[in-house]
Design a protein around this ligand. Structure first.
Ligand code: NAD
Length: 295
C-alpha cells in the first residue's frame, strides 16, 4: 500500500474501456522504485468527457496523464503544444503538465507519443543501431504510424510500408507522404497482397516489423509472412505483439535461422518508462522493472 499523503502527486490514465490496463501497475512500481511521491490512477474517460478531463489536469495540478483509445487521436485540440512525432502520426499517448524552473507545474500541456519512442528505445537497448537502416513495416494503424514516424525522424534511411487494402490502407498512404515531406527518410506504401514485392523488400532490408493485429487473439494462429524464405539470417525481426510472447511470424523467423527476433514487450515497457521520465525527469532501473513484471 503506497504511503499517500497530502503531498502525493497524481498522474492520470484516461481511456475507455480502461479497467483491464496494466499501466497503473507499471507506473506505480516505477514511482515507488524511484522514490517519487507520485501515483497513477486510471479514469474512465471517453471523447465526451475528454475536454473536461484534460482541463482537470490543469485545475488539479496533476503531473499529466497517459491517454489511450478513444482519446489518442482527438486530445491534441485541448493541448497547448504537440511534439513533432505525435503531430505527424496523429496520436498522443502522454500529456505532460510542463514544469517551470522551480519544478512547479504550469498548466501548459504538451502531448507526446511514447509508443514510437518506446519501440526504438527497445532496439537501442538491445544494441541495435538503426540510423541509416532500411525498414520493412507491415501495418498502418496506431502502433505502425508511431513507429514509422519516430524512426523516420530519428534517421532511418527508408521505410517500405505494407498493409492489406482495408480501412487502414489510405492512412498508410498519408503517413508515407508526411514522412517524405517532413524527414530525410524515404517512405513508400505498398499492398500487402504483392508478396513478390514484400519478399524482395525484406531481402533488401535491415529491419522488419509487423505492427498489425495478426499474431494476437483472435488472429494468433496467423502470420502475414507466407513462409521462411522471406527471411534472411541477418534481418532484425520484430513484432509489436507481446501476448503471446512468440507469434507465428516470430517462430517462422527463428526456424529460418534469423539471429535477432524480438516481441513487443520492450516497446510496451519503454513507452511507459519514457512517459514516466517525461513526468518526473527520472530514469527507471530497467532490469528491476523487467524482473518485477516478469518480462
Ligand atoms: P490498429 O487497430 O490501429 O491497427 C491494426 C492494424 O492491423 C492495421 O494496419 C490493420 O490493417 C492490420 N490488420 C488487422 N487485421 C489484419 C489482418 N487480418 N491481416 C493483416 N493486417 C491486419 O491497432 P494498433 O493499436 O496499431 O495495434 C497493432 C498491433 O500492435 C496489435 O497487435 C497491438 O497489440 C500491438 N501494439 C503493441 C504495443 C506495445 O507496446 N508492444 C503498443 C500498441 C500496439
Amino acid at each position: 500500500m503506497p504511503n499517500i499523503t497530502g503531498h502525493t502527486e497524481l498522474v492520470g490514465l484516461m481511456a475507455y474501456p480502461i479497467r483491464h490496463s496494466q499501466s497503473p501497475t507499471t507506473h506505480n512500481l516505477a514511482y515507488d522504485r524511484n522514490g517519487d511521491d507520485v501515483i497513477q490512477l486510471a479514469f474512465e474517460v471517453d471523447n465526451d468527457s475528454l475536454k473536461d478531463a484534460v482541463q482537470s489536469i490543469r485545475a488539479l495540478k496533476m503531473l499529466g496523464s497517459n491517454v489511450s483509445m478513444p482519446n489518442k487521436t482527438v486530445v491534441h485540440q485541448y493541448l497547448d503544444e504537440v511534439d513533432d512525432a505525435a503531430r505527424l502520426c496523429g496520436a498522443i499517448n502522454t500529456v505532460v503538465n510542463v514544469r517551470d524552473e522551480n519544478g512547479e507545474v504550469t498548466g501548459y500541456l504538451k502531448g507526446y507519443n511514447t509508443d514510437g519512442m518506446g519501440y526504438w528505445r527497445g532496439l537501442k537497448e538491445a544494441g541495435i543501431d538503426y540510423k541509416g537502416k532500411k525498414l520493412v513495416l507491415i501495418g498502418t494503424g496506431g502502433a505502425a504510424a508511431a513507429i514509422a514516424v519516430r524512426g523516420a525522424l530519428d534517421g532511418l534511411a527508408s521505410i517500405e510500408i505494407f498493409n492489406i487494402k482495408d480501412k487502414f490502407y489510405d492512412r498508410g498512404v498519408d503517413i508515407a507522404k508526411l514522412i517524405n515531406e517532413n524527414t530525410e527518410c524515404k517512405a513508400e506504401m505498398h499492398d500487402l497482397a504483392d508478396l513478390d514485392l514484400l519478399k524482395e523488400k525484406m531481402h533488401e532490408a535491415d529491419l522488419f516489423c509487423d505492427a498489425t493485429g495478426v499474431g494476437i487473439h483472435p488472429l494468433e494462429d496467423l502470420s502475414n509472412i507466407p513462409d521462411g524464405s522471406f527471411f534472411k539470417p541477418d534481418l532484425i525481426v520484430t513484432d509489436t505483439v507481446y501476448a503471446p510472447r512468440e507469434t507465428v511470424m516470430m517462430k517462422q523467423a527463428k526456424d529460418a535461422g534469423v539471429k535477432t527476433v524480438m516481441n513487443g514487450l520492450s516497446m510496451m515497457l519503454f513507452q511507459a518508462l519514457i512517459a514516466i521520465e517525461l513526468y518526473t525527469g527520472k530514469e527507471t532501473d530497467v532490469e528491476y522493472m523487467k524482473e518485477q513484471l516478469g518480462i
